[in-house]
Design a protein around this ligand. Structure first.
Ligand code: FAD
Length: 309
């Protein structure tokens, strides 16, 4: 892992910066590359624009590690309201939530109660519910709660991270239950005891897991196969593999983040691939933004240019 990535991920955990970093004007200007705005109306405008380009959306209101019950409750109410607004507008936009935003750090059952409410509403409105994956210490509980949710709700998917050594086993279990999988490389600072330290190993594991997701057994189990990546080489490999096994473009999807590889998103959609873009909004964006910088430390120069430009 590069030094720049480690430093940026450490900054993302700094409590003072988490609370105050979003007030720095040059950081505010720079973050607009990755999010259309702080309000959910900003997200809806961006969703409509991407829909016009043949690209669906996933939305997330930024926030994590909520330690106040009233705040977790307000987060759940907010998601319920947005799910209803989306239904009324008739647009394709799926929620993706972090369990620590629903109060997982306060109480596991409380978070599950909120999660269940969201699942009830997505089911009633014909939507789909995605669950994000956070640091490795949360993987067991996230997968447990996802499995519980799936017993009641069919349209549920979870994010799995290719950098974790354990993911091959997790993927097998999750897929066999028909739970959707959004496979990503992984965005957090993890030790070598749990994650591949070398990027080349993460990339190789990503492709091996992708093949697992596209296998006949996984397709038969009904698990939705989503590849959350901007890695164009990997995307080409996955598409070629899928084609060689007789799968159609409609059998799997690519999800990318708003503002990243926009030209590739359009090319893929025009080429018949199913593409969605994850649109984030909200006021609590500092740690999330630092993780975006860490993914490509060259982005720091973009911030610097905004500072002096
Ligand atoms: C839809 C979606 C949902 C995600 N959900 C989660 C989650 O729940 N949990 C989690 O841990 N992680 C999540 N991630 C983040 C993920 O783990 C990676 O950190 C991120 O996607 C970068 O990895 P990559 O696959 O794009 O490959 P990389 O090898 O990092 O990047 C490939 C290429 O994409 C471009 N690129 C990638 N990132 C950036 C960036 N920030 N700025 C500019 N260009 C960039 C660069 O050109 C780079 O060369 C999500 C990612 C996506 C796309």
């Amino acid at each position: 892992m590069s030094v720049a990535r480690t430093v940026l991920l450490k900054i993302s955990d700094n409590q003072w910066l988490r609370a105050n970093g979003t007030r720095l004007p040059f950081v505010r200007r720079a973050v607009s590359k990755f999010m259309p705005g702080e309000s959910f109306d900003d997200m809806l405008v961006a969703t409509k624009a991407t829909a016009n380009e043949g690209i669906g959306a996933v939305f997330t209101r930024l926030g994590e590690n909520v330690r106040d019950l009233a705040e977790a409750d307000a987060v759940a109410r907010h998601y319920l309201e947005v799910i209803d607004r989306i239904r009324a507008l008739g647009i394709s936009c799926e929620p993706s939530i972090k369990l620590t935003q629903l109060g997982l750090d306060i109480d596991r059952e409380l978070a599950f109660g909120f999660l269940r409410e969201l699942a009830l509403r997505t089911k009633a409105t014909g939507n789909y519910l995605w669950i994000d994956m956070e640091q490795s210490s949360y993987v067991d509980v996230t997968l447990d709660l996802t499995r519980r949710l799936k017993q009641e709700f069919p349209a549920v998917g979870v994010c799995l991270q290719a950098y974790l050594l354990r993911t091959r086993q997790d993927l097998e279990d999750i897929v066999s239950r028909g739970i959707g999988v959004r496979l990503v490389k992984g965005a957090y600072n993890e030790p070598a005891t749990v994650a591949f330290p070398k990027k080349s190993d993460v990339d190789a594991n990503y492709f091996a897991l992708a093949q697992q997701m596209l296998s006949a057994g996984a397709r038969a189990a009904g698990s939705r196969a989503v590849f959350g990546t901007h890695d164009l080489d990997l995307i080409s490999l996955i598409r070629a593999h899928a084609q060689s096994t007789g799968l159609k473009s409609a059998d799997y999807e690519f999800h990318m983040l708003y503002g990243i590889q926009k030209a590739a998103q359009l090319r893929l959609a025009q080429d018949g691939a199913l593409v969605r873009v994850l649109i984030a909004y909200g006021e609590y964006w500092f740690p999330w933004y630092m993780r975006r910088l860490a993914e490509r430390p060259a982005n720091v120069w973009f911030v610097a240019k905004r500072l002096f430009g």
